[in-house]
Write a protein that binds this ligand. Sequence first.
Ligand SMILES: *[C@@H]1O[C@H](CO)[C@@H](O)[C@H](O)[C@H]1NC(C)=O
Ligand SMILES: *[C@@H]1O[C@H](CO)[C@@H](O)[C@H](O)[C@H]1NC(C)=O
Length: 285
Amino acid sequence: MVKWAPTSIPEMYTFLASVLLMGMDCLLILLRCLHFANNTTEMFNDPLKKIRKVFSALTSSFRRNFLPYRDLCLDESLMKWKGRLAFRQFIPSKRNRSGVKFFVLCDVLTGYVQDMIIYSGSTTDIQHYQGLGISGSVVMTLLAPYLSKGHVLYVDNWYSSPTLFQHLLSLGTGACGTVRPNRKEMPTFTKKKTKREADFRENGSQLAVKWHDKRDVHVLTTVHPTGMAATGKIDHITGQQKMKPVCVLEYNRKNGAVDKADMMTGFLECTRKSTKWYKKVLSPA
Ligand SMILES: *[C@@H]1O[C@H](CO)[C@@H](O)[C@H](O)[C@H]1NC(C)=O
Ligand SMILES: *[C@@H]1O[C@H](CO)[C@@H](O)[C@H](O)[C@H]1NC(C)=O
């Protein structure tokens, strides 16, 4: 989705300068020889050795330069890559594309990428937290600098669980996300399936809701009240505003931040082709 806007004289100068530079041999040679590691000192069994230093410098500068607002969101992002790579991943929900998978922590309001971890199989750079599994450990690792500060995390059902959310709550951090109904310690819901009806279960610290619209959705939250809110859409049969549980509405609004960041890199992706995966990770533009 390209938004058209008038260009400006400085922008056109920058454009022309880039076109001229592109034609210079030295730029092409530099691009071809672009390399981010010292081959003689890199750890030979580190799958990320080609970019380890630069990638950590980048992410720590991301963390240093921006203090996030209240809401954070964590999701996977995929850099398309069809070439050879030991830890190439497929994400079925993202049209089963293959590539390098990132766990990305974003600020919801701005879409700013706060931190990232590259998925590299069993050597993925995460702290393991007892009892929280891989997904919970990814959350705790990325969220470590932001705990006990009143943030609220939005995540999808790969991460959400009553155990993780309770742990976060004990560390002064709220959470909200879609959740698998068969997670340990989830309450049971009635089977009835009346359209646009919500079934709320709460225990004083967590609220779980089963919402049936086009299909069943389960959402778990430690920050939203029981109750419904107007969606802003009119039901053509009753003439009334359509309603949704507050937490479902908020989740839908807030969980898209990583996709927003994705859209921006997606836009840049088309401009460069590279033969090395690590060149692409570090120089998408
Ligand atoms: C996704 O890609 C993998 C690897 O090529 C394949 O095994 C799997 O069947 C694909 N899944 C779908 C839903 O296309
Ligand atoms: C609510 O449920 C969670 C998850 O099962 C549990 O850890 C927590 O202690 C419960 N809170 C109360 C007040 O019962």
